[in-house]
Design a protein around this ligand. Structure first.
Ligand code: SF4
Length: 381
């Protein structure tokens, strides 16, 4: 990922800021949509529009925005109103937490800033409901602060302009895009620049069938030059890693603890572990594990559940261990465990009673199980 990040930063230098800025802004001044929040410099109105536009389309927002501003013409009126009144005006727009946050933030702004409005990304970012994007949008559009924005539209435009192939679903790739956006944002006119980038993404550099022929920056676009405009950005949801639920049982006898040796092939080949078998997730799986252990150990060796669960992450799956402990007064037949564990394909090739884990090769998870059951100490890896 470090390499990809470096690539993207290099691209930030490569993209000609001057040309890009000039062409994009010139285009924006002529082609921008006529939207009500673009006719004002009032930070309250701009903030309101950004809150309403989160997860919501422009056409849906316009009537709500106008009605809301008519009713709550100033931040004072909003801060003084009961929440119910605010929610009533928001009704139908969805994501009602936004309305609550707006109301809370209005009160905080009045208490902490008096007649002023917070103008920096840092100040804005401390308010409820204002994330990195919204803080950058309000700071740049309302106050012309040199602050970047990165929403879906901007991500698409930047990845295409620079032909950046990183998976934007990954946080590290998004962070690199933030860095790129921050490098490109001009010192003056940041608000116009940000809106122009977003407008390009919303109206020309579309997710499907981008209108490259109408694009003001087509000659600077690497994706277009490489024929990649339809393929970028790359967005693969993180692969869902399967989970496996297991029961590991620590059998404590006067001669030591029972360990089983894994057979050839598969995970942890030939390593020793506490007898382990698969169970279903949740309490049903654990209850059935207790029932199976009771049957196997007899009435005098009631298995106790060790509180908590151990999680062991592998690249291809996540293992959840429920742990059980049982004290037995005499050695019991290990063959019984062989049968139990073999029932889900775990083929143990040997069993041993041991007093110290250090005497056998074990995986880290086995030491963790021992530690959790607090039976063998100290264990070093
Ligand atoms: Fe997007 Fe096409 Fe413009 Fe490149 S040329 S920025 S792909 S619209």
């Amino acid at each position: 990922m470090k390499t990809r990040r470096r690539d993207q930063l290099t691209i930030a230098h490569d993209i000609s800021r001057k040309h890009l800025n000039y062409r994009l802004i010139k285009w924006f001044k002529v082609h921008q949509r006529d939207l009500p929040w673009r006719k004002t410099h009032d930070p309250y109105a701009i903030w309101l529009s950004e809150m309403m536009l989160q997860q919501t389309q422009v056409v849906t927002v316009i009537p709500y925005y106008q009605r809301f501003l008519k009713h709550f013409a100033s931040i004072d009126k909003l801060a003084e109103a009961p929440l119910e009144e605010v929610l009533k005006l928001w009704a139908g727009l969805g994501y009602y937490r936004r309305a609550k946050h707006l109301h809370q933030a209005a009160k905080i702004i009045r208490q902490q800033f008096g007649d002023a409005f917070p103008s920096t990304v840092e100040e804005l970012g401390k308010l409820p409901g204002i994330g990195r994007y919204t803080a950058g949008a309000v700071a740049s559009i309302a106050f012309d602060r040199q602050a970047a924005v990165l929403d879906g539209n901007v991500m698409r435009v930047l990845t295409r302009l620079g032909a950046i192939r990183g998976n934007i679903a990954l946080p590290a790739a998004r962070e690199a895009l933030w860095t790129l956006a921050e490098r490109l944002v001009p010192r003056r006119g940041a608000g116009v620049w940000n809106q122009a980038l977003m407008e390009l993404g919303a109206t020309v550099c579309l997710p499907k069938n981008p209108r490259c022929d109408a694009c003001p920056v087509r000659n600077l676009c690497r994706a277009r030059a490489l024929g990649l405009e339809e393929k970028l950005p790359v967005k693969h949801a993180e692969r869902k890693i399967p989970t496996v639920h297991l029961a590991a049982v620590v059998i404590d006898s006067p001669r030591g603890f029972l360990l089983a040796k894994r057979g050839a092939g598969g995970l942890w080949e030939h390593l020793w572990e506490f007898p382990t078998f698969s169970i279903k997730s949740g309490s049903n799986g654990e209850d059935s594990a207790v029932a199976r252990l009771r049957k196997l150990l007899g009435p005098r060796a009631v298995p106790q559940r060790v509180p908590g669960k151990l999680v062991h992450r592998l690249t291809h799956r996540v293992l959840y261990y429920s742990l059980f402990y049982s004290r037995v007064n005499k050695r019991i037949s290990a063959a019984r465990f062989s049968k139990l564990c073999a029932s889900d394909g775990r083929n143990y090739e040997a069993f041993r009673w041991i007093k110290n884990l250090d005497h056998l090769p074990v995986a880290k998870i086995t030491r963790r199980i021992a530690e959790a059951a607090k039976i063998i100490a100290p264990a070093s890896d």
